[in-house]
Design a protein around this ligand. Structure first.
Ligand SMILES: [Zn+2]
Length: 267
């Protein structure tokens, strides 16, 4: 897939993500214009709030079922459109259903296949996994529009195994989550973590690679396209290693040449 431009939609509730530098990073990387947009739900009305509320997951052990949202649930969504930072409770949304709603928000004149829409949101996207019959949080929902869930980045990759062991052990003697969190501090991402800025670049690369090549993930830990199941691996691939593997480096180099010559041919 060739690209002529990327629209990037911000999530203002996560100021740790420097939106301008993310746009510049992607523009330099893929050498196409990256156009910055406000949050995709900016100034959207009650009708969209109603549609979004319908994508909520009510039973994480059951495949998606549409239900009629209550007035409070619609109001909750509407208020999140006005100020997404006020959303405190974590709500689960079916990622593919939410993607359908977002598709409907994109104008016909911007729905050409060479225009990629990359949406940042703090809504927690989830997908149902048929192997264990439950929903799992996802940081990335691929395709176009692609969704990067900032809450998913924090909640989806698992914390160290020892962290959960300590939590379980402490249930018996009176739980003190804060001291356990303190013990493992730094080994996983927290809300408003300054490292999110660099981490989100990696997910943006994965989203765009998926759209261009139809595959987003790399098996190698030594690659920013690695689909991390553990926070430890995420931090390693994105921060310590921080670049692509040789195979993906070559793939993007070849694609850049192809995309550039197509652009020239159109001039
Ligand atoms: Zn790779």
């Amino acid at each position: 897939m060739l690209l002529s431009k990327i629209f990037l939609y911000e999530e203002p509730s996560v100021p740790e993500i420097n939106f301008d530098s993310l746009a510049n990073f992607l523009q330099d990387f893929f050498r196409v214009p990256v156009i910055k947009r406000k949050n995709i739900f900016h100034q959207k009305g009650l009708d969209v709030a109603h549609d979004v509320a319908r994508t909520r997951v009510y039973n994480y052990r059951q495949e998606f079922q549409i239900h009629d949202p209550t007035t409070e649930e619609v109001q909750f969504e509407f208020e999140s459109f006005v100020n997404s930072a006020e959303t405190e409770n974590i709500v689960l949304y079916d990622g593919f259903e939410l993607q359908k709603i977002l598709t409907g928000l994109i104008g016909n004149d911007e729905s050409e296949s060479d225009i990629l829409h990359l949406v940042l949101t703090n809504k927690l996207t989830c997908t149902f996994d048929n192997s264990d019959y439950r929903y799992h949080g996802r940081a990335l929902i691929g395709s176009n529009p692609a969704i990067i869930s900032t809450t998913g980045i924090i909640e989806a990759p698992a914390k160290p195994r020892e962290y959960y062991m300590d939590l379980m052990k402490n249930y018996g003697i009176g739980l003190n989550i804060d001291s356990i969190k303190e013990k493992y501090k730094g080994t996983y991402l927290e809300y408003h973590d300054s490292r999110l800025d660099k981490i989100v670049q990696g997910y943006a690369l994965q989203a765009i690679f998926y759209y261009i090549f139809g595959e987003s993930f790399c098996d190698l830990l030594d690659c920013r396209l690695n689909n991390a199941h553990w926070q430890r691996d995420l931090l390693y691939s994105q921060l310590e290693f921080g670049r692509l593997c040789a195979k993906h480096e070559k793939a993007i180099k070849d694609w850049l040449t192809l995309n550039y010559s197509k652009k020239m041919a159109l001039l």
